[in-house]
Design a protein around this ligand. Structure first.
Ligand code: FES
Ligand code: FES
Length: 192
């Protein structure tokens, strides 16, 4: 069965078992190995992707449910040589250790910040409540997200903008660059 949907703003066609897990389609059929599998049972959030902008566990979703919709994976956030502001904050604050939870954390955090979510510690912890981390104890992750959300950045034109705006801008620019290269260009650094 043919299923057509957008992945990181590019139209993709999957032809196969409509009940194959979206997680497996992304990793095996499209080579987007940034999305990780942890529990495989909807408990850990390692497989988090954005479906029409909302964080979901891709291990629980059959690919047929993505028909006509927009999927975003961690590869859309930044390129290895050009990390997004959020990714940089994780790097600077030690928000990633083994990295298994990191792609899901980044997407849950990005969705929260893009939607204009509050940036106090409690709200950030709620936003990543579905993402489990066995390494960091969450302190560094929360610190990373708060840092990305609060730190004003100066653009080339000298105008200070918030990181929420930067995240939107980064995403558009990265996706534009990605579409000019290849769909797999950003997956190298996160491949397992
Ligand atoms: S792998 Fe999907 S929730 Fe754990
Ligand atoms: S960094 Fe290892 S599970 Fe979170």
């Amino acid at each position: 069965m043919k299923i057509i949907f957008k992945v990181n703003l590019q139209e993709r066609t999957y032809d196969g078992d409509p009940f194959k897990r979206l997680l497996d389609v992304l990793r095996e059929d499209f080579g987007l190995t940034g999305t990780k599998e942890g529990c495989g049972e909807g408990e850990c959030g390692a497989c988090t992707i954005l479906l029409d902008g909302q964080p979901v566990n891709s291990c629980l979703i059959p690919v047929c449910q993505a028909e006509g919709r927009g999927v975003e994976t961690v590869e859309s956030l930044g390129l290895p040589e050009k990390l997004s502001s959020l990714q940089k904050a994780f790097l600077e604050e030690g928000g990633a250790q083994c990295g298994l939870c990191t792609p899901g954390m980044l997407l849950s955090a990005a969705a929260h910040l893009r939607s204009g979510g509050r940036t106090d510690e409690r709200s950030i912890r709620q936003a990543i409540g579905g993402n489990l981390c066995r390494c960091t104890g969450y302190q560094h992750i929360v610190k990373s997200i708060r840092k990305a959300a609060k730190k004003p950045r100066r653009t080339k034109s000298g105008v200070c903008i918030s990181v929420k705006q930067m995240l939107k801008r980064d995403r558009k620019q990265i996706l534009k660059e990605c579409s000019q290269k290849s769909t797999r260009c950003a997956s190298r650094s996160s491949a397992v």
